[in-house]
Design a protein around this ligand. Structure first.
Ligand SMILES: Cc1ncc(COP(=O)(O)O)c(C=O)c1O
Length: 390
């Protein structure tokens, strides 16, 4: 049996989620915008899911805008905000507004940020992978009107200490967004209480279907819509809703909230055992070990290895992990997250990420440790043979 340890890339659809979705993929039809009973049934299902997603985020239902996933939510936020800022401040398409985002954001933040009509500043992180208040203070200017720092990083699992950053943003009348795609379902979220103005969520990171997510948004944060054609989703996201996916997201959110503590304790126990085992190899470095991290994630480097090679050797032994982030796989450069943490390039290039999920067991962890031991030993043996010129 193959062992899947790449749950930050995506998770297996929960059976209960599939069960909830199935009627909307077959028997139940109707366009949610139609006023007849078929349409109303679909609309009701959407609103019920909206309520569940809002509860997971600690938000109000009317603040949830369904999108096609984390990537679209991040794009909608950044492009929607900057287009609105440009339109508001000048007819000559010029504005003094600026955005500040952390250097360790997912590419679905970093790439759109490079293509905005307004300036973007990058907030550096310290060697633990944290965007500190000090770093934010150095970067944010009078013009900064939106800040964004992710809740937890997809590669290292580092949980950001957002409270002081949000308080700082409030003092300056600056909006604050957080990408909680990886945090949701793993640590508690509190949209309203925390004071954030926008939050990104993605269903397939929490045992829901891929291709559905949400931008949770406080209506005081103005954004322009990017897609035109209909008034769906508070007129911010035109297009007939993907009802089965929305229903699946709602069910996944409901389960994630109900099982948050249990799942978190389960994966933490596995992760702690894994880290204990990893520390027995004197060639392993655990990244951001001192920082507060998601309970399911460990990213580490193995001296003398290339992360991609290690990934492939583990794959040959039917164990699936990731080198850096899944989206960055295939790239030769070291991960931008580890680079921002000032991890030397050779060590960063050896990075492997293990992300545990609720379906993993202790024997999965044991299988990984045994496989790693074999790979490292074979490598050491061949290095000795080569040195001895045998
Ligand atoms: C932190 C973070 N944000 C956004 C995304 C993108 O989400 P989606 O795959 O739903 O577009 C990911 C996916 O890896 C992620 O880890």
């Amino acid at each position: 049996m193959a062992v899947y340890l790449d749950n930050n890339a995506t998770t297996a659809l929960d059976e209960k989620v599939l069960e909830a979705m199935l009627p909307y993929m077959g028997q139940v039809t109707g366009n949610p915008s139609s006023v007849h009973r078929f349409g109303r049934l679909q609309k009701d299902a959407i609103e019920q899911a909206r309520e569940s997603v809002a509860q997971l985020a600690g938000a109000r239902a009317e603040q949830v805008i369904f999108t096609s996933g984390g990537t679209e939510s991040n794009n909608l936020l950044l492009k929607g905000f900057s287009q609105h800022a440009v339109a508001r401040t000048s007819t000559e398409q010029e504005t003094s507004a600026r955005i500040a985002i952390s250097a360790i954001e997912h590419m679905s933040m970093l790439e759109p940020a490079q293509n905005l009509p307004i300036e973007v500043d990058l907030v550096p992180v310290d060697t633990n992978g944290c965007a500190t208040l000090h770093a934010v203070e150095q970067v944010v200017t009078e013009q900064t009107s939106l800040m964004s720092v992710m809740s937890a990083n997809n590669e290292t699992g580092v949980i950001q200490n957002l409270s002081p950053l949000i308080a700082f943003a409030h003092e300056r009348d600056c909006f604050f967004h957080t990408d909680a795609s990886q945090a949701a379902g793993k640590i508690p979220l509190s949209f309203v209480e925390s004071g954030v103005h926008a939050m990104t969520l993605s269903a397939h990171k929490l045992y829901g279907p891929a291709g559905i997510g949400a931008l949770v948004i406080d209506k005081r944060l103005p954004i322009s819509k990017l897609q035109f054609g209909g008034a769906q989703e508070k007129n911010l996201r035109a297009g007939t809703e993907n009802v089965p996916a929305i229903v699946g997201f709602g069910k996944a959110a409901e389960l994630a909230l109900a099982d948050l503590q249990e799942n978190s304790l389960h994966v933490r126990a596995l992760r702690d055992t894994l880290e204990k085992g990893l520390k027995r190899f004197n060639t392993v470095t655990i990244f951001a070990e001192k920082a507060e991290r998601l309970p399911n994630t460990v990213q580490f480097g193995v001296d003398g290895f290339d992360g991609e090679t290690l990934l492939m050797q583990l794959d040959k032994k039917a164990i699936a992990v990731s080198s850096g982030s899944a989206c960055a796989s295939g790239k030769a450069e070291p991960s931008h997250v580890l680079t921002a943490m000032q991890v030397p390039a050779t060590l960063a290039n050896s990075a492997v990420r293990v992300s545990l999920g609720k379906n993993n067991t202790m024997s999965d962890v044991e299988a990984l440790l045994i496989a790693l031991n074999d790979i490292i030993e074979i490598n050491r043996h061949s290095a000795v043979m080569m040195a001895a010129n045998v």
